[in-house]
Design a protein around this ligand. Structure first.
Ligand code: ADP
Ligand code: MG
Length: 773
């Protein structure tokens, strides 16, 4: 019933782009006119074609503008935009989430939309998932922008601050979303306007938008600074937990998310520590360290969750199967894993400020995005970003065959089946792409294939830098490539090599065969991998090999179904097994959605307070708020200092001191809120809704924030001696961090206690609901 209604009315949050067809066909009629324009006239014609540069957040390109853009693209890039791409450009310019399959040409469609915005006088950020794509796309599209007098640039992790400021003054900037976020955070902490790089958050066109808007949305971007605290020492804790026996001394819960010490484990540890009581409040820190060390040993796996490169821990972003640069786990866990790997424990930092990707994106005046999988998350995009999603059909019919998934009861039989399939297709010359779940698994399959005489290129977080080059070759005749999740996303796999020299032979062999090992945590990720095959009307095949021993199944399938598999697995048919797998994935998706909503709810409360603080901070930095607040509190001291120098020198001092106090207080407040957040689940036990409770406490704790920051500023100023005037505030003992750095916290593998509780509850509820259905 629900399906039927959705077919008629569309899924919640989804929309049709049919209304733009009219403009596109009108643009076709203006093709001749635009084609007759001189190169030198394109820019002027584009601007003249724009009817309303308008105040509104979105732009509706006119037929003339589209015709000019198409002509400009043909002349400068040698690619004539297809109708579908013009349609996509219209939909993007109107602020939508656009679904277009892999290989349909989203890069060009996004650039056309960016050009339309730029012609209308808007500032555009085209946001990508990594540096490589930002640089590539800016270079690729530059001739198009040049011909229209649109200034374009790009920003990556290694772009110096000076250059960033220049780039952000351009009309169109290609950048990874995290870099823009870091710039916003760093700017927020600046003490003079000149230190800012000032990205303008006007229009964002997000590429691979579901990965950014949904999968990474609640990952906080963090600005951290040096702290004088010394790192916690996990050496002892690490040595102790190595003595523990699984089952006897600790237990892992069914969803593999938590590990806890048993009474026997606690006894052993207390003995080793000389008979202390670990539950005594005096030993809380030790117990926490032991728990973290245990977690690091049992639940965090080398080559799955992290790599060790150059004596440092590199986290693997499990959602993408690639190294997550500059990420770290929360300090304690990070140090515990470092101790486990016998690395030098890196120094902890203090978090100065954080910003979630979602929070950043919502600050743009206009938001739009494109990806091969958008409609599946239409509801969430509407809920979190008020975005409407629609699909633009392929230009050429899909020639890809998706074979039904095959479910195995153990790893060995799956490996055998994959081997048979790979060998057969490889023999026929068909390029094969094997999609795996982790670095370790990709290497395992590479070994298995090598033993069978098939050499494969392995594309995983280890050779991150070369991934685009390797994936581009994956369509060669007889090539075998093994990848982790979405590595190489954004790079086209062309049949018969990069220049398609061998396209016919490869197409005749059957095109790219995608063999997927296990299902990803969302149907979208599965679709992304399958979408690698059959681009632009090419032939292709996909096959999926799932094992009931897969983590996704074990962690998410309802217990009674797991039990059924354990008892009568070999008697169950493929349809039954398949539906259990589908159900496990749906549960994983639902948990993720709930988590997104929860995390967003918490971070929104913080974001609102952050905005208030920033408002005051601006008034202090660029106005006379500090002088007013401080004089009001200590008029005599102010007069005394002013007569020793001048009122403006004292005002300057008050400003610097007040900025320091505001920043310091925000940092403390943030730490405090995080602590409350992590402890809030205990409130749930008392029958209180944790979200409401958090909002209530957050509000209470924020009360008096400014009064106490300015009180402190006044106290400090009161004690200033005339000889300290006109100097840096460090003479007053006020230190700013000597260095700052940024990182994105990946999914906390530990999960805050709240996350874990939500996860357990989510699974429980869904199990019941599914049973009723
Ligand atoms: P997507 O991001 O949608 O997966 P890309 O933007 O990477 O696709 O483009 C895929 C390939 O299609 C690129 O190699 C690009 O050169 C080519 N392409 C895109 N648009 C056109 C066009 N209008 N004419 C010819 N080739 C195109
Ligand atoms: Mg792309």
């Amino acid at each position: 019933m629900r399906r039927w209604i959705e077919r008629v009315t569309g899924a919640p949050g989804s929309t049709s782009f049919r209304r733009f067809r009219r403009i596109v066909s009108a643009a076709n009629e203006r093709g001749q006119w635009a084609g007759d324009l001189d190169d030198a006239d394109l820019s002027r014609a584009a601007r003249a074609a724009l009817i309303s540069p308008g105040r509104s957040a979105v732009v509706e390109p006119t037929a003339d503008l589209l015709a000019v853009l198409r002509t400009a693209a043909r002349r400068t890039l040698g690619e004539e935009p297809f109708d579908e791409q013009l349609l996509a450009a219209c939909a993007l310019a109107a602020g939508n989430a656009v679904e277009m399959d892999t290989g349909e040409g989203k890069t060009l469609a996004g650039a056309l939309a960016a050009a339309a915005f730029a012609v209308a006088g808007r500032r555009v950020h085209v946001l990508s998932v990594n540096d490589y794509l930002a640089e590539r796309d800016a270079a690729w599209m530059r001739p198009l922008f040049d011909s229209l007098d649109i200034r374009v640039g790009w920003v990556g992790q290694h772009t110096p601050l000076m250059t960033r400021a220049e780039m952000y003054r351009l009309d169109v900037v290609y950048a990874p979303v995290s870099e823009v976020g870091y710039d916003v955070l760093r700017d927020r902490f600046a003490t003079t306007e000149a230190d800012r790089v000032s990205p303008v958050l006007d229009v964002a066109i997000v590429d691979e938008a579901d990965a950014v808007l949904i999968d990474e949305a609640v990952s906080p971007l963090v600005l951290a600074g040096t702290s004088t605290d010394s790192p916690e020492d996990f050496t002892l804790a690490d040595a102790l937990v190595q003595e523990l026996d699984p089952g006897l001394h600790y237990a892992i819960d069914a969803d593999h998310a938590t590990v806890s010490l048993t009474d026997a484990g606690l006894d052993l540890l207390e003995n080793r520590l000389g008979g202390v009581n670990l539950y005594d409040t005096a030993h809380t820190a030790t117990l926490t360290r032991l728990n973290l060390a245990l977690h690091a040993h049992v639940l965090v796996h080398r080559d799955v969750d992290y790599l060790v490169v150059d004596d440092a821990i590199k986290l693997i972003n499990t959602a993408r199967g690639r190294v997550a640069h500059q990420q770290r786990w929360p300090d304690g866990l990070h140090a515990a894993v470092e101790a486990k790997e016998q690395l030098t424990v890196s120094s902890p930092g203090i978090v100065l400020d954080t910003l979630t990707v979602q929070d950043l994106l919502r600050r743009y005046m206009t938001l739009s995005g494109m990806s091969g999988t958008m409609v599946a998350v239409a509801e969430e995009l509407a809920e979190f970003y008020s975005l409407r999603s629609g699909r633009i059909e392929r230009r050429l019919p899909n020639q890809r065959t998706d074979l039904p998934q095959r479910v195995f009861l153990d790893e060995d039989s799956r490996v055998d089946a994959v081997l048979v399939e790979a060998r057969e297709r490889h023999r026929a010359g068909q390029p094969v792409l094997v999609g795996t779940q982790s670095v370790a698994e990709s290497e395992h399959y590479a070994k298995v294939l090598a033993e069978a005489g098939i050499e494969a290129h392995v594309l995983n977080a280890r050779n991150d830098a070369r991934e685009a080059a390797v994936i581009a070759e994956a369509g060669e005749y007889g090539a075998v490539t093994i990848s982790t999740q979405m590595s190489g996303r954004g790079t086209d796999i062309r049949l018969g090599g990069i220049d398609e020299h061998d396209h016919r032979r490869v197409a005749r062999s059957g095109g790219l065969a995608v063999l997927q090992i296990g299902r990803y945590p969302s149907g979208r990720l599965d679709a992304q991998l399958r979408g690698r095959s059959g681009r632009q009307g090419d032939p292709g095949t996909t096959a999926t090999f799932v094992s009931t021993t897969d983590e996704l199944v074990q962690a998410n399938a309802p217990d009674h179904l797991l039990e059924k598999i354990r008892r009568r697995g070999s008697q169950l048919d493929q349809t039954t097994l398949g539906s259990i797998i589908d159900q496990a994935q749906r549960i994983a998706e639902g948990i993720q959605h709930d988590r997104h909503r929860d995390t967003w709810d918490f971070s929104r409360a913080i974001a609102r307070q952050r905005d208030t603080v920033l408002g005051d901070r601006e008034a202090v930095m660029n106005g006379d708020r500090a002088a007013l607040e401080v004089t009001r509190r200590i008029p005599e001291a102010f007069d005394r200092l002013a007569s020793a120098s001048s009122p403006s020198v004292v005002a300057r001092l008050a400003r610097d001191v007040a900025l320091w106090c505001l920043d310091e207080q925000w940092c403390d407040h943030l730490a405090h809120l995080t602590e409350i957040r992590d402890g809030i689940h205990l409130q749930a036990l008392a029958g209180v809704n944790p979200r409401d409770e958090f909002h209530r406490i957050a509000l209470r704790e924020f009360r008096g924030f400014f009064a106490s920051a300015y009180d402190r500023a006044a106290d400090i100023t009161r004690d200033v001696t005339p000889d300290q005037l006109g100097q840096d505030i460090t003479v007053l003992g006020l230190r700013r961090p000597s260095a700052t750095w940024t990182y994105m916290t990946s999914d906390n593998p530990l999960g805050s206690p709240m996350d874990r509780a939500a996860r357990a509850a989510g699974k429980w509820i869904r199990t019941r609901v599914n049973r009723i259905e």
